[in-house]
Design a protein around this ligand. Structure first.
Ligand code: ZN
Length: 211
């Protein structure tokens, strides 16, 4: 009888720690359930399988606004020396928005300044029409239609996701940023694209997202 009583006392003394452990256990269970659901076991799962998160080895990250609302996904995959980056958004106002790979895989609201500048390992200026451009992380604008959705697939040549001298996903990772205005593809350092409004941490499942 003494032993269980002691255990309960110990747990009460560090209630916070106990709760944290319990929540962790609950999360583990959830994760296992998610893994199980990744295998299409019924009709519903198969119907949903066309989403960007359901394509095997592709790594999908969540794109979130400063208030934490998910407005899309970003997936990256390596296709033999070409990095393919696929951005799909939904639930955004109609418009055209600048979009770039930023140097640090950290999305801290409200301004996402934690993601650093445009990913620019070659020290060039911003913009594909800038004579001194462009940044390796410069991308085409994304257009969101009336229904609030849009998508861009970018094939980044000579960009290694991992390995080599200047991998995109280096020690501090990388982030995909959507800005408030369209990029003019010329003005250093950010194409006059305005505030940072949505951010995704690129890499293993978007780990490291903070809000
Ligand atoms: Zn740039």
């Amino acid at each position: 009888m003494i032993r269980p009583l002691l255990l309960i006392t110990a747990c009460a003394a560090t209630l916070a720690a106990c709760q944290a452990q319990q929540e962790e256990d609950a999360r583990d269970v959830l994760n296992m359930e998610n893994d199980a659901q990744a295998v299409p076991v019924n009709g519903a799962a198969e119907t949903m399988g066309t989403s960007t998160t359901g394509t095997g080895m592709m790594q999908a990250a969540e794109l979130r606004t400063a208030d934490g609302r998910q407005v899309g996904t970003v997936s990256t995959r390596d296709e033999g020396g070409v990095t393919v980056l696929t951005v799909a958004v939904q639930g955004m106002p109609q418009g055209t928005y600048g979009m770039h790979v930023h140097a640090v895989g950290k999305c801290e609201s409200p301004k996402f300044e934690s993601a650093g500048a445009h990913w620019n390992p070659e020290n060039r200026q911003h913009g594909t029409t800038n004579p001194q451009g462009a940044h390796a992380g410069d991308l085409e604008n994304i257009t969101v239609g009336q229904a609030g959705s849009g998508g861009v697939t970018a094939n980044l040549r000579n960009v290694a996701l991992r390995g080599g001298m200047t991998p995109m996903l280096d020690e501090d990772g990388a982030a995909l940023m959507i800005h408030a205005k369209a990029d003019d593809y010329r003005t250093d350092p950010s194409g006059n694209s305005g505030d940072r409004i949505a951010c995704a941490v690129l890499g293993a499942g978007g780990a490291g997202t903070e809000s």
